[in-house]
Design a protein around this ligand. Structure first.
Ligand code: SAM
Ligand code: SF4
Length: 329
């Protein structure tokens, strides 16, 4: 269902009064990469096939969330493109009443061959994770990913009209922070948002030295020509900057140095059907096997658990019992 169609219900609000409008749906915990901050090199025990929600269950959960006010849905993972038949899921979700925006977050290494099919199935946009523009470093960081594949995926997404395209780069001190100007430079030439994300102490990164956690302020120091974008200067959780003559924009996502929980409108569902009201809390509510009113009640119960803010700081890691590849970011 596209924009402009009548809303189903008023938006559900959490205990803090925040409207819940955005569902991040993890379609798999598997991944073809092993990014150093996200997954252990040897991988993790994967969910059994039966533990993963079917496309029908994912569509049912999405429909119930939309009945409660969700309008934006993002497919994530693990790597969502390793889930077989993803275009079929896109087609199913496109038919769900209330879905106004359907997006995908991907490492893009498997995207090129399916970008046009995903667009034809009804996908609106993609966000691509891209932490380095140096082929060897990219391969080392992702433990096996090939930069040319990711770049081909980005070009295919642009050609298929899966924009506005956003590129996400996690800033890591002593790892890729010397590439800020190069990665941001993509936005100088192309009409994309290049967003720098502060590393969060979750997943593998929870055990990393604090010296790896670089405030996104470093991007502004590396690129003094950047100025705040006029208007709200924001796009969701990203603060936007640009410079005269640049085709695109640079975004800063600062969960650590500038907590944005007060404006959080998100809920997340893991590939095994558990609703997480906050990325960083241990609370989850299982939605497996539920339908109709029972499903809606379970979603409302989970939303009621959404905390006012996360508790991560220099001394405290995420309280999530799950790693990022299980939740989807
Ligand atoms: N595989 C897809 C991808 O990489 O885009 C989707 C899933 S991935 C878990 C979603 C996002 O989480 C990616 O942009 C990744 O960089 C980010 N991420 C994973 N671990 C992170 C961490 N510790 N801190 C900040 N971002 C993280
Ligand atoms: Fe896979 Fe994405 Fe995690 Fe990298 S960040 S290991 S691509 S799920």
């Amino acid at each position: 269902m596209k924009k402009g169609q009548s809303l189903l219900h008023d938006r559900t609000r959490d205990a803090q009064g925040r409207p819940i409008a955005y569902l991040r749906l993890s379609v798999t915990d598997r991944c073809n990469c092993r990014c150093a901050y996200c997954m252990p090199a040897a991988g993790v025990p994967m969910l059994a096939h039966d533990d993963i929600c079917s496309f029908e269950e994912l569509a049912r959960i999405t429909a119930a969330c939309c009945e409660l006010g969700v309008r934006k849905v993002r497919l994530t993972g693990g790597e969502p493109l390793v889930r077989r038949g993803l275009p079929d899921l896109v087609r199913m979700l496109r038919e769900v009443p209330g879905v106004e925006e359907l997006a995908l977050t991907t490492n893009a290494t498997l995207l090129a061959p399916v970008a046009a099919e995903l667009a034809a199935a009804g996908l609106d946009r993609v966000n691509v994770s891209l932490d380095s523009l140096r082929p060897e470093r990219y391969a080392r960081l992702t433990r096996g990913g090939r930069l040319p594949d990711a770049l081909a995926g980005i070009e295919a997404a642009l050609a298929a009209g899966l924009g506005p395209l956003k590129l996400n780069c996690v800033l890591m001190g002593g790892v890729n922070d010397d590439e800020v100007a190069d990665v941001a430079g993509i936005a100088r030439e192309r009409p994309v948002d290049v967003r720098f994300i502060e590393l969060m102490p979750i997943g593998e990164a929870a055990r990393w030295s604090r010296s790896r956690f670089v405030p996104a302020e470093a991007v502004l120091a590396a690129l003094p020509e950047l100025e705040p974008v006029a208007g709200s200067g924001r796009d969701g959780v990203a603060e936007l900057f640009s410079a005269p003559g640049w085709a695109g924009r640079v975004g800063l996502i600062r969960p650590m140095s500038h907590r944005f929980c007060a404006g959080c409108t998100r809920i997340r569902v893991t590939a095994d059907g558990r609703l997480k009201p906050c990325l960083h809390s241990a609370d989850e509510v299982s939605l497996r096997g539920l339908e109709g009113g029972a499903l809606r009640e379970a979603i409302l119960a989970a939303i009621a658990l959404k905390p006012a803010h996360h508790g991560m700081d220099g001394a405290h890691a995420s309280e999530s019992a799950r790693a990022m590849n299980e939740i989807g970011g």
